[in-house]
Design a protein around this ligand. Structure first.
Ligand code: DLL
Length: 437
């Protein structure tokens, strides 16, 4: 099913013409309305007239997370306050959140891209959508809510938390679709099992999971534990919230709604634009947003783009599953490691549960990498020798994959904290001492 066939299956030449027309209008508007962009253009020695083709996009300077912080709370908006109908905010790791604004047309656009998203995932007006993304300042809850209403589905505005109640309502209300973070999906499956409920035996059949990184191996775990078709959804507050891209049932990458969000991949070090297929940092430009248009936003998320038409018929480029963030790369004893590499290794080993923590510390001058991971009940209560063998196996697998030795600690089932939203799995204690690697 395709929500907006006209745009989602557009011939790429026509799509590029539309993108250029929208880009030029957007650039003109921000130049006139947002002092930050005018200043940035001046410093670069360009004017909107320099954007003649899409190939001129790299002339435009990047926008960074820092620019949102420097212009806190609403210095980057392009409309008068009376046109703003909604604010959301994403919690930063430190200090002030990033505040984002929407006009009535922006909310309409958001509902539209979320209707596309849900339809791509297989949702229709016949579905009952259990929405366990957090409602509030976080964009997840309301983003899904408006999209599901637009599709005509029945929405259960559950939000996060009250896990047992969620499981009761999932069953009683006959939910067919669940939307939450992949880590909360695992938590729900586990809590259901404890209550004697098998999620696989409910009417649920689709899960739309995102807002945090998760590997293909984690997808397999989630699918096995919930019995759902688990689809990946990507988005970020600065651009709109959820609704930037989503997988269709083929699970071969996330379709970016390119008629509204123009993607590029850059080398995070040099800032150079990379060709299709190469992995780098995703940069997004909004083409139609009114309250908070953003030019060349450096997302920090690492992926690659593929322009081939998908088996579903959509012509919009697909991005690979996010493999990490430029700022979550750990440098341990001089070696670069992404948490996703560790997740991949752990989940390939038999008997390991998808709950883990990565702890990096510094003992005197040496970095120390420790991984805590849960094992199944059966293994935990087995002979100590079996645990030792498993620990050794994991240690070797990690060494092979990362080129560094890590201490592995196998812990009791359910001893690692569960998450109702975005899971925190990496604890870099070196930063506490004011030193980063
Ligand atoms: O997480 C929006 C969202 C809500 C997306 C619900 C999907 C579902 P923020 O809180 O601003 O917005 O966080 C955005 O989360 O830059 C990525 O680093 C990460 N992220 C979001 N989706 C994915 C995903 C929402 N599918 C930041 N895979 C982004 C990996 C993701 N990382």
């Amino acid at each position: 099913m395709i929500w907006d066939r006209e745009h989602e299956t557009m011939e790429r030449g026509a799509l590029q013409a539309l993108q250029l027309q929208r880009l030029q209008a957007q650039v003109n508007r921000v130049y006139e309305q947002v002092p930050f962009y005018r200043q940035a253009f001046l410093e670069k020695g360009i004017t909107p007239a320099d954007i003649r083709t899409l190939a001129d996009l790299p002339k435009i300077p990047f926008t960074l997370k820092r620019d949102f912080r420097d212009n806190y709370p609403l210095g980057l908006t392009a409309v008068p306050t009376e046109q703003i109908v909604r604010l959301h905010a994403s919690s930063g790791t430190t200090g002030k959140p990033t505040v984002v604004a929407y006009t009535a047309n922006d909310i309409d656009l958001w509902s539209e891209v979320m209707a596309r998203t849900l339809t791509a995932a297989g949702v229709s007006s016949n579905d009952v959508v259990h929405n366990a993304y957090g409602y509030g300042l976080f964009t997840g809850g309301l983003g899904f809510h408006y999209g599901a209403e637009r599709v005509g589905a029945t929405v259960i505005p559950m939000s996060g938390g009250q896990t047992k109640r969620q499981i009761m309502l999932l069953q009683d209300l006959g939910s067919t679709v669940i939307c939450c973070t992949p880590s909360y999906a695992l938590y729900l499956a586990e809590a259901a099992e404890e209550m004697g409920v098998d999620l696989r035996a409910t009417k649920l059949h689709i899960g739309i999971f995102g807002a945090e990184p998760w590997t293909q191996e984690m997808r397999q775990e989630v699918e096995a534990k919930t019995g759902l078709l688990a689809l990946d959804i990507y988005g970020l507050s600065e651009i709109i919230g959820p609704g930037v891209s989503v997988e269709c049932e083929h699970q071969t990458g996330l379709h970016i709604f390119e008629d509204h969000f123009l993607p590029e991949i850059i080398d995070p070090k040099s800032g150079e634009v990379l060709p299709y297929g190469e992995s780098g940092e995703l940069v997004l430009t909004t083409l139609t947003k009114e309250a908070l248009p953003v030019l060349r936003y450096r997302t920090g998320d690492i992926t690659a783009l593929h322009p081939e038409t998908c088996a579903c018929g959509r012509t919009m480029v697909r991005m690979e599953k996010i493999s990490g963030r430029t700022d979550d790369m750990l440098i341990v004893r001089g070696i670069n490691i992404f948490p996703s590499q560790i997740e991949t290794v752990l989940l390939r080993v038999e008997g390991i549960q998808p709950h883990y923590q990565i702890i990096v510390d510094r003992q005197r001058i040496l970095d120390d990498l420790e991984i805590w991971v849960e094992v199944s009940e059966e293994i935990f209560t087995d002979e100590i020798r079996r645990l030792e063998m498993l620990e050794r196996e994991l240690h070797n697998e990690l060494h092979n994959a990362l080129g560094i030795s890590a201490r592995v600690k196998l812990v009791e089932p359910r001893s690692i904290q569960r998450s109702e939203g975005k899971a925190k799995r990496v604890f870099d204690r070196r930063q506490v001492y004011g030193e980063t690697a």
